[in-house]
Ligand binder design. Sequence first.
Ligand code: AMP
Length: 288
Amino acid sequence: MSNIPALLRFDAVTPLRDATARWRDAGERIVLVPTMGALHDGHLALMAQARRIGRRVVASIFVNPTQFGPNEDFSRYPRDLETDLALLAAAGIDAAYLPDVETMYPPGFSTRIEVTGLTEGLCGAFRPGHFSGVATVVTKLVNQVRPDIALFGEKDYQQLQVITRTMRDLDIPVEIRGVPTLREADGLALSSRNRYLTPEERAIAPRLQSMLSRIARELVAGGQATGLVASGIAELKQAGFSPVQYLAVCDAETLAPVERVASPARVLVAAYLGRTRLIDNVEVVPEA
Ligand code: AMP
């Protein structure tokens, strides 16, 4: 017999709320990990972290249509619920929350959360409406579960900052924590979209991270963003990425562009390899 307790499953708000209310009343710390499923080891790193810091862990799986643009991969986004549930059970997660689109967006649904400023550059410039969809769905998930803490990957760094700002601006009582990006041995950040890559593209993909790390090192050594960004874009194009949507050096919190790094910063990139859009980012910590 396994000593892992059975994974609870909820697909409606009321029974989910009843369960989390009981845990809250018992003084148990609740951690929420929102996902879109097709779980990989990066997601499982978030689950393990949640397990360490919380008495109760709720993982949500919801492929949120409002954060996909009309020409994006919503309909072909990978879905594998039975495998996901087995992985969550093995990770010792207490509850899987699996709402359908009607539950999250019932007829007449008409509210959207817009975060200004932070969402205008980087991915926001190429994915109109994306962060509004993310901010809205995460606000709903947090209000439904009412966790003490919600975990998000630094892999989606702009998303992490947008959600942190949303919760702060709307006085939603939850602590948002980022978890470092889990990578393959060759440096490629784990992503549900990596499965779209052909073997040839998969071999090229780690160049994204090696380029980011080089730029981060050169920034710490006193380099300037403009020249480094130009050389990074050229390197990616040479390797076969096309188009390179952006490569930028930004303040780690405000995401405003910076030319020289004097306080914590981030180098962020989005580029296509064939039909697959990859994003990644690394931190830049200036020497004291
Ligand atoms: P997704 O299912 O793509 O929406 O991702 C769910 C959560 O897992 C988000 O907070 C992501 O940032 C996070 N995540 C995705 N890939 C990784 C990774 N390689 N390392 C750490 N966290 C990740």
